[in-house]
Design a protein around this ligand. Structure first.
Ligand code: TMP
Length: 213
């Protein structure tokens, strides 16, 4: 079975990953690579409905485990309907957040620990990223950047929550040095873009002509 390339993009709220995802889209478009860009929670009709439910600031009563299960449910549908089939066709899949987000936000932020890994083992069904770009920005700085927009239910969490999320990302980076590429997000976006593109260039070289239309 042909196997594509699965890239995920991670970072705290306000870390600048959306800007860099825009640059990544330009990069792949210029190289005519067969790529799909998708996101979590979301990426399917069912996943987008779950996203609205999870992020709605009005859902104040939602429990941590309910939240973790909803993220995992959206992920399971996403893997089944979008990510799995695209990889089987040999495509490049770029996903804005994946299971690492659940490990840090629900596992560390909500304090659910190992239960989150267990639930997500079912959700991902063996599909794990080949490479993960982690945009690292101190959460206090991230919060400042978010001030312009209305916060969703997760963004509205307190400083302590976002600090736990950030620290858990750094732990993940340390425990998965071959998969996770940590990028210092506290720099000019153009400087960050150049670093990210140099990694992408090397990555695509390794994946050769099979990926190029
Ligand atoms: P986004 O703002 O990057 O689209 O992500 C939506 C929010 O959902 C963000 O605050 C991170 C959070 N999140 C989790 O808490 N757990 C998860 O598994 C995912 C995918 C996102």
């Amino acid at each position: 079975m042909s196997k594509g390339l699965f890239i995920t993009v991670e970072g705290g709220d306000g870390s600048g990953k959306t800007t860099q995802l825009g640059y990544m889209k330009e990069f792949f478009a210029e190289r005519s690579v067969d790529v799909i860009f998708t996101r979590e929670p979301g990426g399917t009709a069912i996943g987008e409905k779950i996203r609205d439910m999870i992020l709605d600031p009005k859902n104040r009563e939602m429990g941590g485990m309910t939240e973790a299960l909803l993220y995992a449910a959206a992920r399971s549908q996403h893997v089944l309907q979008v990510i799995g089939p695209a990889l089987a066709e040999g495509k490049v899949v770029v996903c804005d957040r994946f299971v690492d987000s659940s490990i840090v936000y629900q596992g560390a932020g909500r304090g659910l620990g190992k239960a989150v890994s267990v639930i997500n083992d079912y959700a991902v069904d063996g599909v794990m990223p080949d490479v993960t770009f982690l945009f690292k920005l101190d959460p206090d700085e991230g919060r400042k950047r978010l001030r312009q927009k209305e916060p969703d239910r997760i963004e509205s969490e307190d400083r302590d929550f976002h600090r736990k999320v950030y620290d858990a990302y750094l732990d993940l980076e340390r425990s998965h040095p071959h998969r996770i590429i940590g990028i210092d997000g506290n720099r000019d976006p153009e400087e960050i873009r150049v670093e990210m593109i140099s990694y992408l260039d090397r990555l695509l070289d390794g994946y050769s002509e099979a990926l190029v239309k």
